[in-house]
Design a protein around this ligand. Sequence first.
Ligand code: IDP
Length: 151
Amino acid sequence: MERTLVIVKPDAVQRGLIGEVIARIERTGLKLVALKLSKIDRETAHTHYQEHVNKPFFQGLVNFITSGPVVLAVFEGPNAVSIVRKTMGATNPVDSVPGSIRGDLAISLGRNVIHGSDSPESAEREISIFFSPDEILSYERAIDNWILERD
Ligand code: IDP
């Protein structure tokens, strides 16, 4: 079963949007398997955003993601990465469609509310940065037969 990392970014925490963002992903049917409020330190931010280390916006991105508390979550389910990316909307809120999290809740590229892993491989790497295996829960939901087509 695929997993993906979600970060409710510092702007969304300050704006009181934690519940709104998590609820939109919960409503897809994906299962929440880990959740915590945390502050990301600069070293961890560098590790997480290592693919952007040479980009001009890197320092600004690190300053922003370390600027206040974030909510870290792991969601699980078939195609979890793609389902969350679709629910998030495009990286730049100018391009994210209405109905998506960024399309509805953001207007700036550098204050775009949410991070979601961009591939199953990134998800595995990113989840291991923020969560130990014992923080990721395994449990059944009675409603799963109404969400997952398992035949
Ligand atoms: P993603 O968050 O949609 O996966 P990435 O390309 O991985 O997008 O970029 C990570 C984050 O860096 C974005 O969410 C955005 O906040 C920021 N970012 C990306 N490109 C730019 C840019 O050109 N200028 C400023 N910030 C950027």
